[in-house]
Design a protein around this ligand. Sequence first.
Ligand SMILES: Cc1ncc(COP(=O)(O)O)c(C=O)c1O
Length: 427
Amino acid sequence: MSRTSARSRDAGAVDRRALMPTYADPPVTFARGAGSRLYDTAGRPYLDFISGIAVTSLGHSHPVVAEAVAAQARTLSHVSNLYGNTLGPQVAATLDRLVGGGSDRAGGQVFFANSGAEANECALKLARRWAGPDRFEVVAAWGSFHGRTLATLAATGQPTKHAPFLPLPEGFTHVPYDDLPALEEALGTGRVAAVILEPILGEGGVVVPAPDYLAGVRALCTEHRALLILDEIQTGLGRTGHWFAFQAAHVEPDVVTTAKALGNGMPVGACWARSDVAAAFVPGDHGSTFGGQPLAMAAARATLEVMEREDVCARAVRAGERLTAGLTGLPLVRGVRGAGLLLAAELDGPVAAALAAGALSRGLLVNAVRPDAVRIAPSLLVTDDEIDEALAVLAGVLATVPTEPPAAIEPGLPSRGGAPSVTEVAP
Ligand SMILES: Cc1ncc(COP(=O)(O)O)c(C=O)c1O
């Protein structure tokens, strides 16, 4: 039976029947990209203001990253973890310096994986190894998203995502996000190895906690001898105007995970931990065939070099201010939340799907992250002209958007990538 849907503008362009039905039929199929532009199979251009969900932070096909990957592919792609390569240790040292704020090494160690979920899987295993068999619990937040493997799904605070896969691995509990008394109570069992949190909820709707929340979490974790794992898979690497979002809160996490932007589109994930925590692992405890291989590391090294050279943190702050100011004046926009270039326009009513669909039809990609919020995450190298162009498209769509979502693109469709659907974040 065909899964082709009427809502797919180009459903006939590519036969997807050999793909498992984990994603909704895409509204458009892309063939190439350059900078902030994507081009569909008919050659039509789109301005990309979601960046593959905060992945292509340097834009599509960045020439330095593309050349690094091509050159490495011609030189050495893979040797396995039975042997060493020269690039992994360099990228680990750079990441450690960026966790330390950019100038000085933080004094931690890195495990390389291939995705965000795997980076978190490493963090969760490390926490259990560090804490020992009697303290195996992990506390996470309702509304969070940490991945799709069984353990990271268990950490994810979305019961509707859990339901089809019960029973999940045991030992995961959830508390409301941005609620210190609830966290304190959860830590009271004395069995908690770690707390895992996003500094800003990404898939949960770009939700920014109170300014003192992370510092409060840090203090509670220290008091209860639990590790603080910060999931910076979406927020990390300049996206929020800092190398890592926790740096705005001046806290020191024990473990930091990152992925998405690390390879600018090449699949790379990383789990950083303070060295005394990382020391809980011994050879044989964890591993990955592809993790840290030369090809992925060449992409990560080039990406981080360009990010530092281009001062992406400062650029994200500046561009984020321009975007926020422009969004603030638009019809139906109640407010703008987020940080740097991870933003959500809060809308007057459940019109996000209609806005995203209208924008798409005018060649602009944004994401309906909640029924009443559109997520905007352009390249960190986005230009002022591109921002103004996107704002003009959004203004045009908002002037005509129906107050009810269109029948063709309902909120709650199964989502693409790691993202939960817009209706699936409440506990
Ligand atoms: C905060 C966060 N953690 C983990 C993940 C999972 O990453 P991946 O899809 O690469 O496994 C995501 C993906 O959206 C994310 O936003």
